[in-house]
Design a binder for this molecule. Sequence first.
Ligand code: 2HA
Ligand code: ZN
Length: 271
Amino acid sequence: MKDILTAPFVKEMKNTTANMYRLGWDERNGGNISYMLDESEVAEYLDLSQVIRTIPTGFDAKPLIGKIFIVTGTGKYFKNVQDDPENNLGIIRIAADGTTAELLWGYKDGGKFTSELPAHLMSHMARLKVDPENRVVMHSHPTNTLAMNFVHELDEKKLTHTLWEMCTECIVVFPDGVGVLPWMLCGNNQIGQATAKKMEEFRLVIWGMHGIYGAGKTMDETFGLIETVEKAAQIYMLTAHMPRINTIKDSEMMELAEAFGVEYRKDFLDL
Ligand code: 2HA
Ligand code: ZN
């Protein structure tokens, strides 16, 4: 059996959390990532018949029975994942009852998965329905995105439109736009259900005055979605207090989307 610490998916988790920490998006225990793995790939590193312990999830994830995820730990810091993956990460499999997680590796100090597991697994279920290749769900507190939440209307069309206007490539990177939830209490099934509902339509969901969720086929795609929103939000925050002299017009955004052949939210433009 190969050494789990050399597994590409562990490396991806270490590199991504370190990257996000250094970008200042994931202070203290902020942020969490879940990444669905191929059983055959995990079997190269772990004996899948060895369950270390079982942990109730508190909700029903029947469509994910048997699925394996690597997930950041609750109360753990992104800052520390790189040096100590076995305490800060865990690999879980959804048990046959759909409501229990079987720990296959990690959370070595007795810990467990992120408190946002409901939002993660419910989002996986929602995305898999629209994109069977979806693998990653990522939550973060990117600084400018969060700052923008306090000074911009939390309206899906208006927020998406403003973000699209801030960088030429935005409409190409997230043509499906950004879903928005109002401020809600986090860490429970209710926000999980609300996030998943938005995920049926969007790969990006803002949690009002809290942060952002992204979903994608790969770690790079998912990180790239959040990174692009954050870049656009940064441009917004750098310019919002100054008179705007130039802007990317809606007709130009349409031209971009059509040139790059992306299906975009036409109703989010005023044409
Ligand atoms: O897990 O970011 O939303 C820490 C958080 C909760
Ligand atoms: Zn958060």
